[in-house]
Structure formats: structure tokens, C-alpha cells
Design a protein around this ligand. Structure first.
Ligand SMILES: Nc1ncnc2c1ncn2[C@@H]1O[C@H](COP(=O)(O)OP(=O)(O)O)[C@@H](O)[C@H]1O
Ligand SMILES: [Mg+2]
Length: 270
């Protein structure tokens, strides 16, 4: 008997996860210990992701204003989980979100999103922003924005084979406008690997990571940095972890041998 294909839901992977122990966040953090950007009331310290299985694994959710490296091989489910996290944020908490892509077009992303069980047309804020209008549009429209960073950079002459430090300044400024200055509460960058590959050498990659880390610390959003890591590594350049408060690792599993997708929380997220 033919059955309808199951809709994708990243929770399926989370259900079968083998979580590494996540230390519980402090119930009442001492004000002096909390970074200035964190919200000061204890009950806001941990923010539920809105995906019940993920919140279970994370002991309640993610720390407010934290950045998470979401790593895994191609096909592991990073994009799907990140989109589900944005949808849960808007549907359950009315938190505006932004998916900044460097790898797939927004058309492909939205087409795939529509196949999932967690999509609702009312969540969609925009998917065709340009260098000229992205700031005003993000400020004006509630919901989830899908932004092709390559298209924005093309518009300001930043898609180049050879990056200079001046170009890096413009890129940092664009990222600042996209997720620090704007009022989005959930940010996905897909991927930090692809952005770092724009840099011409290791020194520039380090400079980018350092400056991007400063931007993250200025933002009060929760940020997922997607890392296209291979094999057992969580990052390609070995330094992306330094600007992340935690690492969530997805693995594809082995469908032929009936081994499921898995999700591991690998670094303390407090
Ligand atoms: N939890 C899941 N359960 C079943 N299929 C999934 C799950 N997560 C992703 N997929 C499917 O796997 C494929 C790759 O997912 P994707 O999120 O694009 O991976 P990545 O971004 O890591 O390359 C897609 O076809 C997607 O629908
Ligand atoms: Mg992807």
C-alpha cells in the first residue's frame, strides 16, 4: 500500500539522539558573572528553542544571546534543524528570524522549507532582499527573512576572488546591519565556513573570526553558525569554536544499516 512520504522534521533526529552530558545552566546566575549583554532575570537566562526534543536534550533551551556552532557533514540535517529553530521561534515566541545563506539560493531554501511539517506561509517575511532594501525591509516586516548574502555583497561590489582588508570591513559592516542593528532575535549563518573561504589567507580568516566574534558579543540575538565540518572535526579552520558558546553536532547515520541520524551537544552551552 502506498503511503504518503513523511515530512521532514529535525525532531526525528533529536528523538534518536545520543546526547553528550550538557551541564545544567545556573539557576540563578550571579550578576557579576553574567556578561553585560545577557538578560538579567534568571528565568530569561535559558531560552527554550521551541523544539521540545531539542529543549529536552539542552536541559531547557539555549542560553540567551548565545552563539552555537551547528556542525555536520553535507546532508546531516543542519539546514533543516536551523529552519525548524527559526520557525519555532516565530510561531511560539514571535521572535523574528533571519536565515543568511552563502551556500544555497533562497529559492531552494524556501522550496525545501515548504516540504517540512513545521512550515507555515504566515512565517515568511521576505526572501528576495537586495543591498538597497534589506535594512528597511527587515525593520518593517515581522517573521523570518531569507537573505542571500552573495546577492547583498554583489550589490555592494563585494563578491570578489581576492578579498582585501577593506572588503572585510564592508563585510563586517553588512553583517552588523543584518543581525546586530536589526531587531531579529534568531540568526542563522549558513555557513561560517563559506564566509571564511572568501578570505585570502589564514591571517585574514583569523581577523574575520575575531571581528565576527565581537559582532556576536554586541548582539542580543541567539545565533546558529553552520559549519560544514567533515569527519570528526567540528570546524574547518579550527577556530570557529572560539566564537561559539556551544557545539551541536549532527550526523547522518547509516540508513542502509538502519542507523539513525543523531544529534550531540558537544560543548557546554552555558
Ligand atoms: N531529521 C531529519 N529526518 C529526516 N530527514 C531529514 C532530517 N533532517 C534533514 N533531512 C533531509 O536530509 C536532506 C539533507 O538535509 P539538510 O538539512 O539540507 O542537510 P545539510 O544542511 O546538513 O546539508 C534533506 O533532504 C532533508 O529533508
Ligand atoms: Mg545545508
Amino acid at each position: 500500500m502506498a503511503t504518503e512520504p513523511a515530512k521532514t522534521d529535525a525532531s526525528a533526529a533529536v528523538n534518536k539522539a545520543v546526547p553528550v552530558v550538557v551541564p545544567a545552566p545556573p539557576a540563578t546566575p550571579a550578576p557579576a558573572a553574567a556578561p553585560a549583554k545577557k538578560e538579567d532575570s534568571a528565568e530569561k537566562w535559558v531560552k527554550p528553542t521551541g523544539i521540545p526534543e531539542l529543549d529536552f536534550v539542552l536541559d531547557g533551551g539555549l542560553p540567551a544571546s548565545s552563539s552555537i556552532l551547528l556542525s555536520g557533514d553535507a546532508g546531516a540535517g543542519k539546514t533543516t534543524l536551523a529552519m525548524q529553530w527559526l520557525c519555532a521561534g516565530y510561531s511560539k515566541f514571535k521572535e523574528n528570524g533571519i536565515y543568511i545563506t552563502m551556500t544555497e539560493s533562497t529559492i531552494t531554501l524556501v522550496r525545501n522549507l515548504k516540504k517540512t511539517s513545521f512550515y507555515d506561509v504566515n512565517y515568511m517575511a521576505s526572501s528576495d532582499l537586495t543591498a538597497e532594501n534589506f535594512e528597511t525591509e527587515i525593520a518593517a516586516r515581522p517573521g523570518i527573512h531569507f537573505v542571500d548574502l552573495r546577492q547583498i555583497m554583489e550589490g555592494i561590489g563585494l563578491m570578489k576572488a581576492e578579498y582585501t582588508y577593506e572588503d572585510l570591513d564592508f563585510l563586517i559592516d553588512t553583517l552588523f546591519k543584518l543581525f546586530v542593528k536589526s531587531d531579529v532575535k534568531r540568526v542563522v549563518l549558513d555557513s561560517i565556513t563559506a564566509v571564511a573561504y572568501l578570505m585570502k589567507d589564514e591571517a585574514m580568516i583569523r581577523s574575520f573570526i575575531f571581528r565576527f566574534g565581537k559582532l556576536i558579543s554586541m548582539s542580543d540575538s541567539n545565533i546558529m553558525l553552520i559549519s560544514e565540518a567533515k569527519d570528526e572535526k567540528d570546524s574547518v579552520f579550527g577556530i570557529e569554536e572560539f566564537i561559539s558558546d556551544g557545539v551541536i553536532r549532527l550526523k547522518y547515520g547509516d540508513p542502509e544499516n538502519n542507523l539513525p541520524r543523531t544529534l550531540n551537544v558537544k560543548k557546554s552551552v552555558v
